[in-house]
Design a binder for this molecule. Structure first.
Ligand code: RM4
Ligand code: MN
Ligand code: MN
Length: 396
């Protein structure tokens, strides 16, 4: 048993090391393919997204960066960099990962980087290169690619040719990276494509990242796995191979549901965090923690603050595993004792420790309550609500 002060020291160190990036799209009105439920408080300009992100950072102290989606956030591409810089300054939050957008334009109906047309592939590569330039100008380390490409009907596309096109596109993108930049390659088994997806799993991502060059890594989105997949094992492999670049955290019940981190299976996130704690503090610097959720039923500000807090709690629970003791039990194959030690950390109520940490760092002890008390959501609802009434809510 650790003394109370040793436990507090361990907890504070773990919490000091935890930061998580929030996504600009988490503050905007989004929907399902059936329609949107518009919220008065949703952000519809980049300034509003930065304002919301600044507020989340003020309340939690652990979200210093905002992931940006090119097209949604920088519709004029590189020309919008100065606007972003001014907003960073105004709201005290820096631009984080830069996410290319290869899924909106009509040209991409049959694929972007994997489109059979040379011309369309070139256009998609140009967008990748613009994204690298944007990231470089903003001082963002990561260009984070999620590729929607795939096909819906067997026999209608050459899977093999598309692999080669992807290798080429990612190599060319990698060449443009600055010395401190990285290319993250995300995978997803299906959706929007329903027959084959060009980057469907971690093996494909790892291969493509390796083929691209030494600054490319895999991005694991927790929602992008089949229901029974052992995600912590994938994480352990990627750590072993030094190929883990980061995470998009969310939870899922069925597929890519974008549910709140830890709301369905908190033990899964705990097990992932355990693998990361095992790799030590140095490895952590190379692993980007990001939230990728967009809620259309919950309030967006509340959802974001709640998610950050859930992430901190699970991170701390995993930090409490006595890893030395666990290793010795594993060696002796003392299965029940090992499992009880592991499970015991998971079941520890760490909320009092997180509160102590927040108070010691000059942060509100309960960020959700502080958000409610601040009146921020009421203020933005009043300011933004009227304009929202004019927004299109149907996809038909
Ligand atoms: C995808 C994926 C990407 C995100 C897009 C908008 O499902 O998770 O990371 O950028 O959605
Ligand atoms: Mn994602
Ligand atoms: Mn997703």
């Amino acid at each position: 048993m650790k003394s109370e002060s040793a436990l507090q020291e361990l907890a504070f160190q773990a919490l000091d090391a935890f930061q998580i990036e929030i996504p600009s799209w988490g503050f905007a009105n989004t929907g399902t393919r059936f329609g949107k439920f518009v919220q008065a408080a949703a952000a519809s300009t980049l300034e509003e997204k930065f304002s919301d992100a600044g507020q989340v950072h003020k309340l939690t102290g652990v979200t210093p960066t905002l992931a940006l989606h090119v097209l949604w956030d920088l519709p004029n591409s590189v020309d919008d960099v100065d606007t972003v810089r001014a907003l960073e300054h105004k709201f005290g939050v820096a631009a984080g990962s830069i996410n290319p957008n290869l899924f909106q334009d009509q040209e991409y109906k049959f694929g972007s980087l994997c489109n059979p047309s040379d011309e369309i592939r070139e256009r998609a590569i140009a967008h990748m290169l613009d994204s690298v330039t944007i990231a470089r100008k903003l001082g963002s380390r990561d260009v984070s690619l999620w590729l929607p490409d795939g096909s819906n009907y067997p026999g209608t596309q050459s899977i093999r040719k598309r692999i080669a096109w992807l290798e080429d596109a990612l190599q060319r993108t990698h060449k443009a990276l600055g010395p401190n930049q990285r290319l993250l390659v995300e995978y997803k088994p299906f959706e929007p494509a329903f027959y084959h997806t060009d980057i469907a799993d971690w093996g494909m991502s790892a291969h493509l990242a390796r083929a691209a060059g030494p600054q490319a890594r895999v991005l694991v989105d927790t929602g992008h796995h089949y229901a029974t997949q052992n995600i912590e094992q994938i994480v352990a492999w990627l750590l072993h191979l030094d190929m883990l670049g980061g995470f998009h955290f969310n939870d899922r019940r069925y597929a890519d549901d974008d549910l709140t981190l830890g709301s369905i299976d908190p033990y899964q996130i705990f097990r992932i965090f355990h693998e990361i704690h095992l790799s030590g503090r140095e490895a952590l610097g190379q692993i980007a923690f990001m939230i990728d959720q967009s809620h259309n039923l919950k309030g967006k500000m509340e959802a974001m603050v709640q998610t950050v807090c859930a992430g901190q709690e699970l991170w701390l629970k995993a930090a409490l595993v006595d890893r030395e003791q666990l290793a010795s039990l594993q060696e002796k194959c003392e299965l029940v004792a090992a499992e009880e030690l592991f499970r015991g950390a998971f079941w520890t109520d760490v909320r009092p420790l997180v509160k102590e940490w927040r108070l010691s760092r000059g942060l509100p002890e309960d960020p959700l309550a502080a958000l409610a008390k601040s009146g921020y959501v009421q203020r933005i609802s009043a300011e933004r609500g009227a304009r929202m009434a004019a927004t299109v809510t149907s996809y038909a």
